[in-house]
Design a protein around this ligand. Structure first.
Ligand SMILES: [Zn+2]
Length: 212
């Protein structure tokens, strides 16, 4: 079963087994792919967008359907400002604990909220908690580009300091890395600390920030 959540830097064995997921972009250029999961919410997402704007950075937002429904104007702002979006289920379900039908219906419900003009090939999906059962993986990879990551900031981890969250990113991200942050209440203080410093640190090293 796919469980990518234990590691700051995803081990190559995991990405080799689930090789049809996108773990990292194959480039030698200094580009980082910042991703933000669990929004959009008023308390964090506008802050994230403001920070990205300051550095002319693009990113990818894996949105929860119920948050899109609750905050359509923030979702629209993500689109208007040229970022990518992906499906993160309607209710942030953990695939390990759902029967496949319930899980897929929940993904469909979220997909229905994503406007047609944004539906692209490949469509992006990221499983909540980085967890998928093998059958879910095999089914979903036929209709979605499943996006995982190679660097996890651990901004959701209440036991981790803000400085450590920043170091998790600065010490592990390299050209083509897909980095996970969260625009969630739990991650708020970590993101407020680590995101501006991440943008500053990698910009000074000549990196650009692009959407998937
Ligand atoms: Zn999530």
């Amino acid at each position: 079963m796919l469980d990518a959540l234990l590691f700051t830097k995803t081990p190559s064995l995991l990405s080799a087994v689930y090789r049809e997921c996108l773990w990292k972009v194959n480039t030698k250029e200094n580009i980082l792919y910042l991703t933000f999961d669990d929004g959009p919410i008023p308390a964090v997402t506008p802050f994230v967008l403001d920070q990205l704007n300051r550095y002319n950075a693009k990113a990818t937002f894996f949105c929860i359907g119920k948050n899109i429904e609750a905050n359509p104007e923030i979702f629209q702002r993500i689109l208007d400002e040229g970022h990518s979006i992906g499906n993160h289920t309607q209710d942030h379900l953990n695939g390990w604990y759902q029967d496949n039908e319930t899980y897929f219906q929940n993904i469909e419900k979220c997909a229905a909220l994503i406007p047609q003009f944004e539906i692209r090939n490949p469509k992006f999906f990221r499983p909540p908690y980085g967890k998928l059962k093998p059958r879910q993986y095999r089914f979903l990879k036929s209709s979605f580009k499943i996006v995982m990551w190679d660097v996890l900031s651990f901004d959701f981890d209440l036991s981790m300091s803000e400085e450590r969250v920043l170091r998790n990113v600065t010490e592990n991200a390299t050209a083509g890395s897909i980095v996970v942050f969260h625009d969630s209440i739990k991650a708020k203080s970590k993101v407020e600390y680590a995101l501006p410093k991440t943008l500053e640190y990698f910009s000074a090293k000549g990196f650009k920030f692009e959407k998937l």
